[in-house]
Design a protein around this ligand. Structure first.
Ligand code: NDP
Ligand code: 2IT
Length: 451
């Protein structure tokens, strides 16, 4: 970035920092976008005159509310719930709900901001939002989860609707939680409507929605490799996380001939040099979805090693898939990946790579690196398809949805190449995704006039 743009970026970020003190994750996400957009709009005065980027970084609204529920011991518990409605220029607010003790306004604002660009990239009519609560689902009984979800939705229902804002799952929110929340919404409003996605198939869910984020992250890797006449077959893969995104990422990697050697959770990672096969993966899915156990149990069942308190990035690999959480790859981790000859990194998680790590990777130009807003857009993409199916009152087949998903990811890859290719042919997928995502939302905002 030349010094003129650097000054513009610093001035812009100073304003954002002033308006959003103590929100490091949000500032990080904004900076990563602004770095690409400020040079891009330098010769496009309409965006600057209409303050498009300034308006995009200010959420349309944020609601925050008390969630009160009763635990199994009869004790009253109080949590804080949120919905950040970031931007609805191109469609209803759309984005997941996260239940995790680390949830706060900064985390949800970063996620909502990223969601605006991601949803735009899918090509579907969806704005961006995100919600959640600082509720910790770990160790809670099924009935406690149900009571929490019902209490959360009792307030949230006032702010959402199938044409207003359509939440879905994220960390700590899967099919079970969506079921409880959908049931409560339906009970309150007395309407059966597609207000949430990620629903079970029996009540309006879409085939492949559960799989979509993990599958999509692998399809994105496939697209990046194919761009260089390479493939996934026979390559060693390192995956972090062991939840929804991670497990379906592994499922698709196995289908395409990859060898997966790690999985993790917040306590540590397992390394299985023999490779995690289909049967082992089925065991992990049961462990995580039904028994709600810890990944360290894997080594007692199948061997390999468990590394407490560590992340898997030091394990030599060809392809890396961070599928756990934000900022899980540090500059040091990135250096290890590069030194071990890693060829591709597809972000299943949102913002898993720190800014320093992104810079480390970019300096090498040997590692193909897709940002979360491109690589994990398959999840919200199929959510968009779930909305379409709900409107049509139809359910498509697995094959139909999977074809749509592949097309969505291919379209995102094409947009990244269109806006991110440098003169030497190197594709900056971050830049491509930021600019392509920005363009569509900006065009809609300009059309609406000043508001
Ligand atoms: P899950 O709750 O199903 O799984 C999360 C996994 O990440 C678990 O293994 C969890 O371990 C681990 N994890 C969570 N927080 C941390 C942390 N602070 N440090 C280390 N590990 C952690 O969530 P998902 O699989 O749905 O989400 C994973 C990532 O993918 C998130 O970044 C999410 O925003 C992103 N994403 C999800 C989409 C979806 O459709 N679900 C769509 C697009 C992106 P533990 O069990 O120990 O907490
Ligand atoms: O981060 C994400 O894209 C999600 N958690 C999925 C959002 C959605 O609406 O499906």
């Amino acid at each position: 970035m030349n010094s003129h743009y650097a000054d513009d970026l610093a001035t812009f970020m100073a304003g954002v920092e002033r308006r959003n003190p103590n929100e490091p994750e949000f500032l990080q996400a904004v900076q990563e976008v602004a770095m690409d957009i400020i040079p891009y709009i330098a010769d496009k005065p309409i965006y600057r005159d209409l303050k498009i980027l300034e308006r995009m970084t200010e959420p349309d609204r944020i609601v925050s509310f008390r969630v009160v529920w009763e635990d199994d011991n009869g004790e009253i518990r109080v949590n804080r719930g949120y919905r950040v409605q970031q931007n609805n220029a191109i469609g209803p607010y759309k984005g997941g709900i996260r239940f995790h003790p680390s949830v706060n306004q900064s985390v949800l604002k970063f996620l909502a901001f990223e969601q605006v660009f991601k949803n735009s990239l899918t090509g579907l009519p969806m704005g961006g939002g995100k919600g959640g609560a600082d509720f910790d689902p770990k160790g809670k009984s099924d009935r406690e989860i149900m009571r929490f979800c019902q209490a959360f939705m009792t307030e949230l229902h006032k702010h959402i609707g199938p044409d207003t804002d359509v939440p879905a799952g994220d960390i700590g929110v899967g099919a079970r939680e969506v079921g409880y929340m959908f049931g409560q919404y339906k009970r309150i409003v007395n309407r059966f409507e597609g207000v949430l996605t990620g629903k079970a198939l029996e009540f309006g869910g879409s085939r492949i929605r559960a799989e979509a984020t993990g599958y999509g992250a692998v399809y994105m890797m496939e697209e990046m490799l194919q761009h260089h006449n390479e493939s996934i077959e026979g390559r060693t893969c390192v995956v972090s996380g062991s939840g929804n995104v991670a497990t379906f990422c592994v499922e698709k990697l196995l289908e395409l001939g990859g060898k997966v050697v790690t999985l993790s959770d917040s306590a540590g990672y397992i390394h299985d040099p023999e490779g995690i096969d289909k049967a082992k993966l089925a065991w992990v899915m049961d462990l995580k979805n039904n028994r709600r156990g810890r990944i360290e149990e894997y080594v007692r069942e199948f061997g390999g090693t468990y590394h407490e308190g560590e992340k898997p990035w030091s394990v030599p690999c060809d392809l890396a898939f961070p599928c756990a959480t934000q900022n899980e790859i540090s500059a040091e981790d990135a250096r290890m990946l590069l030194d071990n000859g890693c060829r591709g990194l597809s972000e299943g998680a949102n913002m898993p790579t720190t800014p320093e790590a992104i810079r480390t990777i970019q300096s090498g130009k040997t590692l193909l690196h897709a940002p979360g807003k491109a690589a994990n857009a398959g999840g919200v993409g199929v959510s968009g398809l779930e909305m379409s199916q709900n409107s049509l009152r139809l359910q498509w087949t697995r094959k139909e949805v999977d074809e749509h998903l592949r097309k969505i990811i291919r379209g995102i890859h094409d947009q990244c190449v269109e806006f991110g290719t440098a003169a030497d042919g190197h594709v900056d997928y971050f830049k491509g995704a930021n600019i392509a995502g920005f363009n569509k939302v900006a065009a809609a905002m300009i059309a609406y006039g000043v508001m």
